[in-house]
Design a protein around this ligand. Structure first.
Ligand SMILES: [Zn+2]
Length: 396
């Protein structure tokens, strides 16, 4: 079973950097063996042939900023919650994600990190023995807070926001047991530079966000090793031509990539175009920032203990602040095409190889290349997802 050969025929393959017409992907068990045009790749006799020759095949997408979906908050940190969210994501072409925490009491974050770390480290095993349809793989943890700026808290609980504390951060890192990938922090807070240093040495990506940083403060953080910005524009000091702030720094500094919540509510299409022009397709990472209400009917939900209301696919706190989204990455991709006028291939880069590169997984995730995991998303002509493969297994 594990070493079954599969040959997937595709109308067009986006690896995503290369375009291959009339392509074939050979899969051996969990991994990709070969990718190329049908005229050049010999299909072994024993291979099971799967025909997507009227469709587009790309790498599975990676959502590095997601709090929950289908009624589950990932801070529940149970195998059930991660599987339910993972299966929902796989239906939308996402094959990997970072379980993202929200600002909460330090003990709650530590507890969540411990639970998530354990599940993430044993995920291979769960996956290999599960007979349910496979779900997206949890690749690690993204800590969003608690070291934020309360002025730019968005839907994070003000009373639980903390000044940067190395001791507390070490506690989270220890609890996650090597699964921490990204920490979002406000770089202008006192002690933030020392925390950037600690995270860099722990091989964790530092993202600046939920921040009131000036241009200079943001640049200092980038000089110190921050390589990413969390949901650009949202929960940040606003851009002004005399005070460009953190947004001005991120838009003009090629050393940082930036997340975009491309649902049409969080960021105006014009601001999306500005971002694509200044960052280029290689500098933008599509995320959902979705909460437990994603994939659910209108109603009231909770996020990290805070009540939120879902109405016509928009989530808000009781005070009316946007609170995460109900977005899926396939929809974000189509929105980005519509808002920016860029091609499907260019937009796909923002949801696949870009997050993989930020996280250092580009040899095995977010790309179609020999040796990479057989994580694939299949799209029809309208760019709707028709099938997803997680490590070679169909999810739909
Ligand atoms: Zn946020």
């Amino acid at each position: 079973m594990m070493n079954t050969l599969k040959a997937i025929l595709a109308g067009t393959i986006y690896t995503p950097l290369d375009e291959i017409r009339d392509g074939v992907v050979l899969l051996e068990g969990h991994r990709i063996m070969k990718v190329g045009p049908r005229t050049q790749v010999k299909i072994p006799k024993e291979a099971v042939v799967i025909d997507h020759s009227d469709q587009i095949v790309g790498p599975g997408m990676i959502d590095q900023h997601i709090h929950g979906a289908v009624g589950h908050d990932l801070m529940e940190a149970t195998p059930e919650a991660l599987s339910a969210v993972g299966r929902f994501l796989a239906r939308h072409g996402t094959t990997a994600f970072l379980a993202t925490t929200i600002t909460a009491p330090p003990e709650a974050i530590t507890e969540a990190a411990r639970g998530l770390g354990e599940i993430i480290r044993s995920w291979d095993h769960l996956h290999a023995t599960g007979d349910q349809a496979p779900g997206a793989e949890p690749l690690g943890i993204h800590f969003e807070g608690p070291f934020l700026n309360a002025i730019r808290r968005g839907a994070h609980t003000a009373s639980e926001i903390q000044p940067p504390s190395l001791a507390m951060m070490r506690q989270f890192l220890d609890a996650s047991a090597g699964t921490t990938r990204i920490v979002t922090l406000a770089p202008e807070r006192e002690g933030a530079m020392a925390m950037i240093e600690l995270l860099r040495h722990s091989n964790v990506r530092v993202a600046i966000g939920h921040s009131n940083a000036t241009y200079m403060e943001a640049e200092r953080a980038i000089d110190a090793g921050a390589t990413h910005a969390t949901h650009l524009y949202n929960a940040m000091r606003p851009f002004s031509h005399r005070d460009p702030g953190i947004i001005g720094a991120v838009l003009t500094d090629d050393r940082v990539s930036a997340e975009l919540i491309c649902d049409g509510f969080h960021v105006d299409p014009v601001a999306v175009r500005l971002m694509m022009k200044s960052k280029g397709t290689q500098g933008v990472i599509l995320v959902t920032d979705s909460l437990s209400g994603a994939g659910m009917p209108d109603g009231e939900y909770r996020v990290g203990g805070m009540p939120v209301r879902l109405e016509k696919s928009v989530l808000r706190t009781m005070e009316g602040t946007l609170a995460g989204s109900t977005l899926t990455l396939d929809l974000a991709l189509r929105n980005l095409m519509r808002f920016s006028g860029l091609s499907f291939q260019e937009c796909l880069v923002c949801a696949t190889i870009n997050p993989a590169r930020l996280l250092g997984f580009e040899d095995r995730k977010g790309v179609m290349a020999p040796g990479a995991y057989a994580d694939l998303a299949v799209f029809d002509k309208n760019h709707s997802v028709t099938q997803t493969y997680v490590r070679g297994r169909p999810a739909l």
